[in-house]
Structure formats: C-alpha cells, structure tokens
Design a protein around this ligand. Structure first.
Ligand SMILES: [Zn+2]
Length: 171
C-alpha cells in the first residue's frame, strides 16, 4: 500500500532548530534537508514505521535543490508530544553521514558542488531475549545502556520542571 506525501513545515522547523543547537550535527549544517509527511498506514516487517531518512537521487537533488529528505509518519506524529517529536527527528538526523576528504572538509558532488550524504545504520542491533538472558555482553549494548540511563535522568529532570508525568518511564 503506498501512502501520499504532504509538506511538513513543523518537521523542517524542528530540523533547523536541532541543527542550530546540536554540535554533533555540525557537518549537516551546510546541507539542505527537507521533510515530508507520509499519510496512510506505514508498516514494515510487522511494525509501524515512525519515520525514514532518505538521501536523494541525482534527479531528486536537481528537482528539489536539497540533498536529503526526512519522511515522517503523519498518523503517528499527532500522538507525539514535543519532546518525542524532537527525539524522532534527532533519530532520523543520526542516519546521515557526511563523508569528508583527507582535510576533514565535507566531500562535494562534482557536478553541483553540494555535499554528498550517506545513510548509516543504528548504533545497536540486538534482541530483548538476548539481553534478558545474557545481559550487556556486547560493548554496543553496554554503551547504549549507559546512554539510556543518562537520557532517562535528563528526561526525569525535564518532566519534574514541567510537571509532566511520563507513563512509560523505565525505572
Ligand atoms: Zn532509524
């Protein structure tokens, strides 16, 4: 089943805000990343897809004057609060890699002289069952768990400030 696409100005504003404030994404600052909502049901491998980061083809680059697009599931978006929306957009931005030359400058496309982006995979590929049985045996999962603890701490502090109760908080 194919969905249809809509303008997603709210997502574009969040992308710009994150790129401005998050130094981890400094290489993406010179890239034009656009956003679209995808309407309709969107599932893959039995799960709802929340969003997708895509690098544009040469023709799409030419047509849109952008290098990448973040596609967001519009059905799911309406159920997310501001913090979750920002987390989702940050997730999609993490999928972009900017290859650099030997001087550390972003590699440019020879024809249009604009940055070339690549997609990178997730930090962790693991199953709950393995972690339940064997714990954090991989460096990847251990580092992920440490990051999760830091993030939960931050989110607890933020929710206290805003008097928000996070129902799905992990203890
Ligand atoms: Zn992802």
């Amino acid at each position: 089943m194919s969905g249809s696409y809509e303008q997603a100005d709210e997502v574009i504003m969040i992308i710009q805000r994150i790129l401005k404030s998050e130094n981890e994404f400094k290489d993406l600052k010179n890239c034009n990343i656009i956003a679209r909502f995808r309407t309709g049901n969107w599932n893959s491998k039995g799960r709802q897809v929340l969003g997708r980061a895509k690098v544009l083809t040469a023709l799409e680059r030419y047509e849109t004057k952008a290098e990448a697009v973040i596609i967001i599931n519009k059905n799911a978006w309406q159920f997310l609060d501001d913090r979750m929306k920002e987390a989702l957009v940050t997730h999609e931005l993490c999928h972009y890699l900017v290859p650099t030359d030997k001087h550390g400058s972003p590699k440019l496309n020879k024809n249009d002289k604009r940055p070339v982006l690549q997609i990178c995979g997730h930090d962790i590929e693991e199953f709950q069952l393995v972690v339940k049985k064997y714990g954090l045996w991989m460096t990847d999962t251990r580092e992920f768990f440490d990051a999760a603890r830091q993030g939960e701490q931050l989110s607890m502090e933020t929710s206290k400030e805003n008097n928000v109760v996070y129902l799905h908080m992990v203890n």
